[in-house]
Design a protein around this ligand. Structure first.
Ligand code: DQA
Length: 142
């Protein structure tokens, strides 16, 4: 069970088009390629949804399929106790990634429910945060 789940929350399907001054010009497909490279021999399952329940279902699936989760919950970071509860039911390492430096932004982005569970938090490295997150997950699962 050496799969790494890379999960993406709402609006991240619009990467490259959405507020490029904040999120850059790379697309989700570019990020997937970056994650595959960082995963080395490990298989990744790279997913995005705009629906909170879908994200939770994938976290439940990861309980049986994944050794680690790298997650950018996007806006659900700041609102979802349900995503936190799902992650609390996952036994392996959880890495939280944000493209932007959320602590330099609006106050409502400074609190993360997911950080109560995350083993590492990356913010402000742009899309390279995903590569760093997957590389860290690989180190943790060995
Ligand atoms: C984000 C930051 C969140 O505050 C925001 O809602 C997002 C993306 C990031 O990757 O910087 O959608 O998670």
């Amino acid at each position: 069970m050496s799969q790494i789940y890379v999960l993406n929350g709402p609006n991240l399907n619009l990467l490259g088009q959405r507020q490029p001054e904040i999120y850059g010009h790379e697309t989700l497909a570019d990020i997937e390629a970056l994650c595959s490279e960082a995963a080395g021999p490990h298989e990744i399952r790279f997913l995005q949804t705009n629906w909170e329940g879908q994200l939770i279902d994938w976290i439940h699936e990861a309980r049986l399929q994944a050794a680690a989760i790298v997650i950018n919950p996007a806006a659900l970071t700041h609102t979802s106790v349900a995503v936190l509860d799902a992650l609390n039911a996952f036994d392996g390492p959880v890495i939280e990634v944000h493209i932007s430096q959320v602590h330099k932004r609006e106050a409502f982005r400074h609190h993360s429910y997911v950080s109560h569970r995350a083993d590492a938090v990356i913010a402000g490295m742009g899309v390279h945060g995903y590569g760093a997150g997957v590389a860290h997950a690989v180190r943790l699962i060995g």
